[in-house]
Write a protein that binds this ligand. Structure first.
Ligand code: SF4
Length: 106
């Protein structure tokens, strides 16, 4: 049988656990996306759009970069910002991946 004290302790543990999960998500979201991440590699992610292999990624052009992508949550002056495609991990303004979608496009 659960006593009022046990219930109070349980509720405190739930609250602390939820806070820890929320904090770890925030920490993950602020991480920079690694170009060695397996999914990032699959998507052709490169920290510098000018270094993208045009022979492999035929739709790539050097004017495509994260700061011009609708999935990038930064201001034009930001060096890094969250990319919603990669779970809000941060990508550099001059980065690129094959999921590039120009801002303002449908
Ligand atoms: S989806 Fe857009 S912002 Fe994200 S890595 Fe690819 S090009 Fe950059």
């Amino acid at each position: 049988m659960t006593t009022p004290t046990n219930r109070r302790v349980f509720m405190l543990q739930v609250a602390v656990g939820a806070g820890a999960l929320s904090g770890s998500h925030a920490a993950l979201a602020q991480e920079k996306l690694s170009p060695t991440d397996s999914y990032a590699k699959t998507m052709g992610f490169n920290v510098n759009t000018k270094d993208v292999d045009g022979a492999k990624w035929k739709k790539h052009t050097n004017d495509q970069q994260c700061s011009k992508c609708q999935l990038w949550d930064g201001k034009p002056t930001d060096a890094f910002a969250a990319c919603s495609f990669f779970g809000d991990q941060h990508t550099p303004a001059g980065g690129w991946c094959k999921n590039f979608k120009v801002k303002g496009a449908a």
